[in-house]
Design a protein around this ligand. Sequence first.
Ligand SMILES: NC(=O)c1ccc[n+]([C@@H]2O[C@H](COP(=O)([O-])OP(=O)(O)OC[C@H]3O[C@@H](n4cnc5c(N)ncnc54)[C@H](OP(=O)(O)O)[C@@H]3O)[C@@H](O)[C@H]2O)c1
Length: 327
Amino acid sequence: MREDNRMKAIVYTEYGPPDVLQLKEVQKPVPKEHEVLIKVYAVSVNGSDWEGLRGKPLYARLGGLRRPSEGILGSDIAGRVEAVGKNIREFQPGDEVFGETLRYKGGFAEYVCAPERGLALKPASMTFEEAAAIPQGAVIALQGIRDKGQVQPGENVLINGAGGSAGTFAVQLAKYYGAEVTGVDNTGKMDFMRSLGADHVIDYTREDFTKKRKQYDLILDVTAHRSVFAYQRALKPGGSYFAVGGSVVTFFQILLLGPWIRRTKGKHIRILAVQPNRKDLLFITELVEAGKVVPVIDRRFPLSEVPEALRYVGEGLAKGKVVITVE
Ligand SMILES: NC(=O)c1ccc[n+]([C@@H]2O[C@H](COP(=O)([O-])OP(=O)(O)OC[C@H]3O[C@@H](n4cnc5c(N)ncnc54)[C@H](OP(=O)(O)O)[C@@H]3O)[C@@H](O)[C@H]2O)c1
């Protein structure tokens, strides 16, 4: 029989392909003062898990340059509260919750500790799988489209990487706020992006949106790899570009040249630093309950098949979210 302080988890000790992941029995985590211990029922896969597995781009190695500092990936969890730290007031054992783990790690396991600020009560109307499909992607999209992007009706918005985790929420939110939306992703996701509400779609394997002479009020880019000059070309005067993820070279260019482009061209090119929080989770939850936004689940995998699930996301096959169900 298994001891009470042990659990199953998908662990890795080196960066690499999905084969470096192993299903193991490890120590069950213990919640710190501001943490909640959750029995995980569902956890979704994000681009950040793929990056954390590969150790690419370089920012995915923050805290572990040569080897991963934390051995368990997995950010977006839904489950039941098992125990709470001594300063926790908002939650109690038995509550059904969902949200983001600390530094987007630890979720591919039977139990995980998460800070209470990134958690919310799961509405009874939502399944654990639906709830797990929401946090990281939806919060990125909300902060990019509503808070930083301040999208207004009739504006032209382009989402680069629109068929993945954050992109599917971003397309739906931009439509919700009345924008005309262009989605960019790979060949296999054209119809999918249209089904989310995209008015126009671009296949990045065939066309470069920065060379099409069309300009946008807002570009939200989950996969920024081009030069800042290409991005500024695709922006209307006064328009804004936000990089969410992508290459470190592009990020440095944005930090160095973004302020100069703003002064000389009046266009805003910045990095979106996302702040996980409960208020945003609850806002999205209301939109989901009202049927305005849908967490689109493409496929489900059991915990033992996290490597296959990550491969599916990493190879660009996932249309929306992939969810791991934990027995
Ligand atoms: N800034 C922050 O605070 C913050 C916080 C959390 C996460 N992040 C970052 O946010 C990103 C989130 O990604 P996600 O979870 O939405 O990833 P995802 O689910 O993997 O989706 C990315 C999508 O972009 C597509 N894509 C790849 N290259 C492209 C290109 N050149 N042009 C257009 N589309 C392309 C991918 O398809 P293919 O693979 O077929 O190309 C995929 O459909 C990650 O980089 C993560 O590190 C940032």
